[in-house]
Design a protein around this ligand. Structure first.
Ligand code: C5P
Length: 415
């Protein structure tokens, strides 16, 4: 579901080479349902034309505070009063310096000063300009004054140098804008999420794992961050980037085995909410071989089959251990168990019955059922949220959409 429906965003463009990416940015914002009103500085028009931006957004572009198209001739006031946010991308060093001082010598800067809505700034400049104390002072002051900085990223720059100062990619900017508008239902809460599979070694080159991709757990970590929480993500082996990585706000611990995940979780229990989304291997191989087991080696116990006999031992049940800890730690709202535990059950049949039984067996307030293994790796899922008294079905949708709905449901229970 698009995340910016009914949102009006003023896209301010100042004069940097990254301005060519603002066209794509406008398009992506509109794909999320936003109305995009473009305002350009004089320098921006050296890099990209108002005609391009008008054609893409379907709205006339404003470039001057003397524009007579607005009835009362006060474009700086009129434009900002109807906007949900002003997003300036790219924001040059010059623009940041002016805004930090409250200077207002063109429409874009006047609009930012006269606004009564949030200001999101996406810096883009040469790395020396970014690192200059003057720019860093401007950034610090703007953040103190309540503006939100998105980026910059590091990498190769248009000038040929490499370092911090690149504008975030349009898709990343849109992710941050969508996150910005999510309701802050978990403001001030600490959230711990496990995600992905575990890998249990047989020898240095082989092991046992499962088909969990980590996508659902990562989506929940993202939705929790968007909701204002402080998020710690403990991830088994999976290739996914940390959600909203350019914001750098999710603290991530990578682990391999179930034992490692258990240890990492048990050290991180000072949290309000625990989402146990990882598909932890139920069994592990104690004392894996130090050398690769050879097909014909003596360690292959059964000569008849020439296949090794592997003995399994149970892995700790992380969720159950956290639930027991929580019951003994009644420091949640109204002296309730802390952290509030949410489990995930991937089932191949009788989802409701198995997930319900599992909720009781593990001693947790909430179990979320999803049909596996079809959902593994998929971008879509459907969920069944089960608590002591009720069931709620969330129909098939992108995992991030479901994660946001789940956060909403859980936040209500914490309230
Ligand atoms: O019993 P089952 O593995 O199906 O339960 C699934 C739930 O239990 C998930 O929330 C999973 O993260 C958690 N779990 C765990 N430790 C295990 C096995 C499962 O935390 N060893």
């Amino acid at each position: 579901m698009p995340s910016l429906i009914n949102k009006k965003i003023i896209l301010g463009i100042s004069g940097g080479i990254a301005a060519y990416k603002s066209a794509e940015l406008a398009r992506l914002l509109m794909q999320e349902g936003a109305t995009v009103q473009v305002v350009m500085s004089a320098a921006a028009q050296q890099f990209i034309t108002p005609v391009t931006m008008q054609a893409l957004t379907g709205l006339p572009v404003f470039t001057s505070q003397w524009d007579a198209r607005i009835d009362n001739n006060m474009a700086h006031i009129e434009l900002s009063r109807t906007a949900d946010a002003i997003l300036v991308a790219p924001a040059t060093a010059d623009l940041l310096a002016k805004l930090s001082l409250g200077l207002a010598d063109d429409l874009l800067t006047t609009l930012c000063l006269a606004r009564n809505c949030p200001l999101l700034l996406v810096p883009a400049m040469n790395l020396q300009m970014w690192e200059h104390q003057a720019t860093q002072r401007s950034v610090q002051r703007l953040v103190e004054d309540g503006s939100t900085m998105l980026g910059p990223a590091s990498g190769i720059q248009a000038c040929g140098e490499t370092g911090a100062g690149r504008m975030l990619e349009p898709a990343e900017i849109v992710e941050h804008v969508c996150a910005f508008f999510q309701p802050k239902l978990l403001q001030g809460k600490r959230v711990l999420v496990t995600a992905g599979p575990t890998f249990e070694a047989i020898d240095p080159v082989r092991g046992m794992t499962n088909r969990s991709s980590g996508k659902m757990g990562f989506a929940i970590a993202q939705a929790a961050l968007e909701a204002g929480a402080q998020v710690h993500l403990i991830a088994g082996p999976c290739a996914l980037p940390t959600p909203l990585e350019s914001g750098g706000q999710i603290y991530r611990t990578n682990v391999t085995s179930g034992q490692e995940m258990y240890a990492a979780v048990m050290q991180s229990l000072d949290c309000d909410l625990f989402f146990s989304v990882a598909a932890v291997a139920d069994w592990t191989i104690p004392n894996p071989a130090k050398e690769k087991i050879k097909r014909h080696s003596a360690t292959v116990a059964s000569k008849k089959s020439s296949a090794p006999q592997i003995h399994f031992a149970a892995n700790p049940d992380i969720l159950q251990s956290v639930a027991q800890f929580a019951k003994a730690n009644k420091t949640g709202p109204n002296k309730s168990p802390r952290p509030y535990c949410v489990g995930f059950a991937a089932e191949t049949s009788n989802l409701e019955q198995h997930a319900s039984e599992k909720r009781q067996r593990k001693g947790i307030p909430l179990m979320v059922g999803n049909i596996g293994p079809d959902t593994f790796g998929d971008d879509l899922n459907q969920l069944l949220i089960i608590d002591e008294n009720s069931k709620q079905h969330l129909p098939r949708a992108p995992k991030l959409t479901l994660a946001r709905l789940l956060i909403k449901a859980v936040a209500k229970k914490l309230a």
